[in-house]
Design a protein around this ligand. Structure first.
Ligand SMILES: [Zn+2]
Length: 309
């Protein structure tokens, strides 16, 4: 990431790199063929995939921050927000994907079990929300395998998809995903529509479901007391952006993928944004104009099996 110091490259400064070096760097986790499907299930016009990254207390823990206040903000995600979110999803009969850091899942095992029982998907989201690009590759591998084991035990079935914490997909991540034979990743941003990840030019069979910071609640709502970071977009502004992203997906017959966090979006002033968005998507149309609401795993499998190309 640009705000982190880079260790010196063996080929020198970027302006000194030979062509093979810069081509090799951009070839890691590169977007290959589009997996945009010929059509969506039952002739739906577009797909809507809603996800929650259930980070809860792991953000301060990841930073070694023992502040009870900041940890309580994480606990809010489990205690107040997630029950409210589950009620909304049940009322609207909308499936979602919940990505859990293993430590968050271990702190809230009943929540993970309940969400899995509700029929939602449980996906991998690191061990303790660690930043992969700061870790040695073998540590990232060991933590990811251990996280998958925890989620398998709690959810009762092995996870098939992963979202790296903070979308911090490292140069080691793709080989870990391939070793685990996961169906999909949801961290990289080369397209609006699903695509196949390639590794040094080689197709991997791994589906990428691209997120974007634009479609992430935390970008607009986060604040840090001891910095200048404040929420600078009101819920109505966030709603306007999310709705425009959805409308664009509907117009193009594509995928609308939204990332939210219980501790960020589960508040009384903010969750209604999601409720109105779901109602807006449902009101768009019936029959061939309807939206297909699905988990990330369902979207990935459908795209893998029905890619137009
Ligand atoms: Zn996260």
């Amino acid at each position: 990431m640009s705000d982190r110091p880079h260790s010196k490259h063996p080929d020198g400064e970027p302006w000194q790199w030979p062509e093979a070096t810069w081509r090799g760097i951009v070839g890691r986790g590169r977007a290959g063929r589009s997996l945009r499907p010929k059509s969506w299930p039952d002739g739906a016009r577009c797909a809507v995939a809603i996800s929650f990254d259930a980070d809860h207390e792991t953000i301060p823990l990841r930073d070694g921050d023992e502040s009870p206040m900041r940890i309580s903000q994480g606990q809010y995600g489990a205690r107040s927000a997630t029950p409210r979110i589950r009620r909304l999803l049940e009322r609207e009969s909308v499936p979602a994907t919940f990505f859990y850091p293993a430590v968050s899942a271990l702190l809230h095992p009943d929540e993970v079990r309940a969400i899995a029982t509700d029929g939602h998907e449980i996906g991998i989201h690191s061990w303790i929300h660690e930043a992969n690009t700061t870790l040695p590759g073998n540590a990232e591998r060991e933590l990811t395998l251990r996280a998958a084991e925890v989620l398998t035990k709690l959810a009762g079935r092995p996870p098939v998809g992963m979202r790296t914490a903070s979308w911090d997909f490292s140069v080691s991540t793709l080989s870990i995903i391939r070793e685990m034979k996961l169906l999909y990743d949801s961290s990289l941003m080369a397209d609006d529509e699903p695509y196949e990840l390639t590794d040094g030019g080689e197709p991997t069979g791994i589906v990428e479901l691209p997120p974007e910071w634009i479609r992430d609640d935390a970008v607009y709502y986060n604040m840090v007391r001891f910095s200048a970071l404040r929420p600078y977009t009101p819920p109505s502004g966030v709603e306007e952006i999310f709705r425009a992203e959805f409308d664009g997906a509907w117009e193009e017959g594509g995928l609308f993928l939204l990332t939210m966090h219980p501790h960020v979006t589960g508040h009384r002033s903010r969750l209604p944004v999601l409720e109105r968005l779901i109602k807006h998507a449902k009101a768009k149309g019936q029959g061939k104009d309807k939206c297909w609401f699905a988990t990330h795993a369902q979207v990935a499998q459908w795209c893998k099996d029905n890619a137009a190309g």
